[in-house]
Write a protein that binds this ligand. Structure first.
Ligand SMILES: [Zn+2]
Ligand SMILES: [Zn+2]
Length: 392
């Protein structure tokens, strides 16, 4: 076996340069034309079989080892966010209103460097490695699902999937590893209440949709506080409420939208009925009518225990046993969950926060940044996972 740690640290300058180049030129979901072009070029330089245009701007590099074996998929996402960068650094975004505020620039750079090392040592590899560069993680439809429907899990068939995210709540030098639920499903809903409008001085002649809507908002709070197991993470947040046009009229309509965050697939199936039952009950009580729509977004990100154990061993080799931590469940979402529905695998959090260097902002913050010293660790993590999976 070659000296993995040394080879990863030798690529530090290249990884930083690549990440900063992507950072200067961020592209929104499904518009990663420049980024995917560079990715494809770098993968070809590694001598890999490259497929472009997988779900629009997605790129896949395939490494076939000389000996037959299993196939492991490593995934990075490439898209940026519609955020105006507020960092004052020389690699600051050069595109107004677009920024790599979630660190996907680092994901792409690290996976490219991992591809470089693994292809250099392909002679020792049994099986195949698919390097998947996914478009558009940040937008609701997501890039993962489309790559799967266009066949990324086949030819050769993928047996295991791994991905990592640079994570602001994990300090530099640590890696967050968690079997089971890691991230939530971010489902959405819309409720419209209809009553009967009229003069504000004569409420008895109308049906006040605003008052019914207010009761619905309050009644929905009891789902989490009174109905769902307190040990089963769940969030119901109503983000918009619109009703009425003038102070002296009874509103005939009230509409609201919200987000539902869950990690339990069974509860997720029950959730639309639970919400509708409350809306229906309140509307009946107060003589209103309603329409209700529940929109399923990404599934929860649930790590396979066995694959997570493998990833944990790899992480321990990278940062030492004491630096592999359980990051807990976060109620944000990731469409890597679609890959995890197709094959066992694990999604990991790479620590990048370093308050001593002023790097302390959350993902999506306009001053988000990463401690770039974490890049070799992330590269090493990917390399070790792939080798451990294929050669064990
Ligand atoms: Zn994000
Ligand atoms: Zn992200």
């Amino acid at each position: 076996m070659f000296d993995i740690k040394r080879e990863c640290s030798l690529l530090f300058d290249e990884a930083v340069a690549l990440r900063r180049d992507f950072h200067r030129h961020p592209e929104l979901g499904f518009r990663e034309v420049r980024t995917s072009g560079i990715v494809a070029e770098k993968l070809r330089e590694c001598g890999l079989e490259v497929t472009m245009g997988v779900n629009k701007t997605g790129v896949v590099g395939l490494l076939r080892g000389p000996q037959p074996g299993k196939t492991v998929l490593l995934r990075a996402d490439m898209d940026a966010l519609p955020v105006s960068e507020e960092n004052d650094c020389d690699y600051r975004s050069e595109v107004d209103g677009v920024m790599h505020a979630c660190g996907h620039d680092a994901h792409t750079a690290m996976l490219l460097m991992a591809a470089k090392i693994l292809s250099k040592h392909r002679d020792g590899i049994s099986g195949n490695i698919k390097f998947v560069f996914q478009p558009s993680e940040e937008y609701a439809t997501g890039g993962a699902q489309g790559m799967i429907s266009e066949g990324v899990m086949e030819n050769p068939h993928v047996d295991a999937v791994f991905g990592q995210h640079v994570w602001s709540s994990v300090p530099f030098g640590k890696i967050g590893v968690r079997p089971g639920p890691l991230m939530a499903s971010p489902d959405a809903f819309t409720i419209t209440i209809r009553g009967k409008g009229g003069h504000g001085s004569a409420p008895h002649l109308g049906t006040d949709a605003l008052v019914i809507g207010a009761h619905v908002v309050l009644a929905l709070q009891t789902l989490v506080s009174r109905e769902i197991d307190p040990l089963n993470p769940a969030v119901v947040s109503i983000g918009t409420f619109t009703s009425g046009t003038v102070m002296n009229a009874i509103p005939s309509q009230a509409s609201m939208t919200g987000t539902i965050r869950l990690v339990d697939p069974v509860l997720r199936k029950e959730m639309p009925n639970k919400i509708e039952r409350i809306v229906k009950g309140v509307c009946e009580a107060f003589r209103g009518e309603y329409s209700f729509e529940y929109i399923h977004e990404y599934p929860p990100t649930i790590n396979d225990p066995q694959m997570t154990e493998l990833a944990k061993q790899a992480a321990e080799e990278v940062v030492g046993e004491g630096n592999v931590i359980d990051p807990g469940i976060t109620m944000s979402a990731e469409d890597f969950s679609y890959f995890l529905q197709e094959a066992p695998g694990s999604f990991l959090f790479l620590g990048i926060a370093n308050p001593d260097k002023g790097i302390d902002k959350n993902n999506h913050h306009p001053q988000f940044d990463i401690d770039e010293d974490a890049l070799p660790l992330g590269i090493e993590l990917l390399v070790r996972i792939a080798l451990k999976y294929l050669n064990s």
